[in-house]
Design a protein around this ligand. Sequence first.
Ligand SMILES: [Zn+2]
Length: 557
Amino acid sequence: MFRCIAIVNGIVYTASSNNIAEAVVIDKGKIVYIGSSSNAICRAKNCKIIDAEGHLITPGFIDSHCHLAQAGFLEKYGINLLHIRSINQIIDIISEKARKTKPGNWIYGYGLDENLLKEGRPPLRYDLDEATSKHPVFLEHISGHMAVVNSYALKIAGITKDTPNPPGGIIERDERGEPIGILKDSAMSLVTRFMPEPSIDMWMKCIEVAQYMWISKGITAIEDVGLLGQGSNILAAYRRLAHSNRLIIRTRFSYPISSSKELNKDLIKKLKSINSRFLRVLALKIFYDGSGLARTALMHDNWCREYKVDKDSRGLRLIPQDDLINIIRLANKEDLRVSIHAIGDKAIDEVVEAISIAKMSYKAQHSIIHCIVPTKKSIEIMAKLGIGVKTQTSFIYSYGHVYAANLCLERAKKAFPIKTFLRKGIIVGNGSDAPFLNPPDPGYGLYGAIIRKPKIKTPYDDPFGSEERISFIDAVKTYTYLASMAIGWNDEIGSIKIGNKADLVIWNIKTLNPSSQDLLHLKPLATFIEGDIVYVDRDWEDKLSYKPISKTSKIHK
Ligand SMILES: [Zn+2]
């Protein structure tokens, strides 16, 4: 690795201001010069010089909300259902897995999306029973808020006709009251509690695999919110990796809890004891409502279904508002940041009210994850109090057709009001929520923010309208400068500024006005973290004399 690198002949977008330069010089992992190529070359006598050939250079992108460890788990241990197009195919793929799996062991699939299936419905327990009666099967929906299980899994969990719906969850049933295998929100945990817990070692392997997935997309920092019930093991895995210099991507870990009772002294002590170069914690994650795809997010008015109002469907509140207030009060006392999942207008109103009652100490200390259909009133209060937003505009592109069908036109047009957030001065960090709904690629999120059109057509011409479209430069800001504030790392990253850490990306475009096709094919040519080259596109390997690093090597000195 080089101590000093000068990247010249590029379009350097600094993100903190709207300044554009040609060159940037990195020394000992920090940015020491931004300006013209000729000055950079003069200054960088003993440096490696990289000719950017006119390509765009930005701060490393920041994924302000994702599930990196879980993505690694799915990649290593799960069955990917994202490319499946029929229930028969699901049965085949599970039968195949069952043949190779010891009877009694769990079979786990993810990325289930009935909208992509020929039948237009999710499989039911009876479909999965055709694949195996000797293994419990758990297929997680693409939204992460629903699962389908087979009869074996229902039996292990003791779920029968007589099992009541748990608070914040739904066991779907047929007309005789028999469970059909579909579990929504907290009802999923009736089954997941019987699944074996991955060990810390397994989580370490998952994170190591997944961090390369993110880095290869130009992402240099993330906020991982873990997985309910697995916070302790995932955090321990991150900690060990950071300790042995194997954590390459900057990580804010938000510890997932579901009630204030879990926030005991031991946990607080643990969260406060970790604060290293690549790993920061001091943060909590809470689910307040359900999902916009499964129509379980909490709304003032009924959800739509297939573009028609769905009677008696206003979603779920997953924890009482009083308990959220308790959590925020405790968090304030201990200087913890709280990220709260809220999608529906009613959920957002209640979360905003909870934060106003409990208060907060500094800007973006607490933020709302997703915040898809906020009311005008809530937006005003968020701006006043400094509540942050962690949005995923990639949802508009990847699943806009489902949101449009579930929200209907009037609400869809007002959904993801990114321009309004920015105009009001709200700190908006963009991100992927990967592996749910999207891969980590920022190009889809930029497309969603700038173009605001779903990839699959809907009966509405322009379901998300043009009023909330933003410019490329503003969209990049939501992934860099603003995202660094949203995850609380604003002192060192997120902008190309003298003295900042040299987390940078050279992209495969040569413009600040990319076309929609440019956005959908956006990829990094090289990713730098603290001046170390951590990823190089194949086309540039020779140019940078780069050899792909082994997936476990320690690259940061
Ligand atoms: Zn999420």
